[in-house]
Design a protein around this ligand. Structure first.
Ligand SMILES: [Fe+2]
Length: 232
């Protein structure tokens, strides 16, 4: 009987120590959290309605975030990487999660950028960014026309961006789906979400009107900051 008890005790210690060590070896994943809007849901009215912002932030953006967290969970080596790190080295990812991170990591990054580049407070284009826009496009109106034209030419769902290269030269690019300029080694300065979920409730199929109105809520202070922080 004594011998049986001893064997049982040793077995319990063995199992417990193995379970403990396996816990110690696998770090727990801390899911990336939803970033709150930097303004109230209705703050961008009449340009973007409250219901659109609620759905856009709480459903669409959240869905990208949830899928991103789910995909990363099985890869402890990636726990300490930021979404920026992952998107700027997509080829470093295990092939089985490449697409999921590209789409959903991109969805998170693009939406956090988009929500931050809008503001209910009127701001004006100034400083070095204004100078660079005029230098590279001839005038602000030329830039706006080119940005709108590019946005109208996006087939299906995607984005239009004003981006800078490392030397500070500006250009307008479009990306499909949730592809992000940072994967192309370009720094986004402003960007507009052209998925229908971003505008359909108010503008229906009138994308042109959405683009025109969106120019009233661009946070040019933030855009100038993005332009200054090219090294990030
Ligand atoms: Fe969106």
């Amino acid at each position: 009987m004594k011998q049986k008890l001893l064997v049982l005790s040793l077995l319990t210690i063995f199992i417990f120590s193995n379970v403990s060590s396996s816990f110690a070896m696998d770090p727990q994943y801390t899911p990336k959290k939803l970033k709150p809007l930097p303004y109230a849901y209705d703050a961008l009215e009449p340009y973007i309605d409250k219901e659109t912002m609620v759905l856009h932030h709480d459903k669409h953006y959240k869905s990208y975030l949830d899928k991103f967290n789910e995909a990363i969970k099985g890869y402890p080596d990636l726990y300490s990487s930021s979404i920026y790190d992952l998107l700027t080295c997509l080829d470093c990812l295990p092939s089985e999660i490449y697409k999921t991170i590209k789409n959903n990591g991109g969805g998170v990054y693009n939406h956090e950028f988009f929500f931050d580049i809008m503001t209910p407070n009127q701001t004006t284009l100034s400083g070095n960014l204004k100078k660079a826009i005029i230098e590279d496009f001839g005038s602000f109106d030329n830039f706006k026309d080119a940005f709108k034209k590019a946005s109208l030419n996006v087939f299906g769902s995607g984005w239009t961006w004003l981006v800078s290269n490392d030397s500070g030269n500006l250009s307008i690019i479009t990306t499909a789906n949730q592809d992000s300029p940072i994967t192309l080694n370009l720094k986004p300065i402003i960007g507009i979400d052209l998925w229908e979920h971003a505008y359909y409730l108010s503008y229906k199929n009138n994308r042109a009107s959405y683009i025109d109105k969106w120019f009233n809520i661009i946070n040019w202070n933030k855009a100038e900051e993005n332009y200054k922080n090219l090294a990030k």
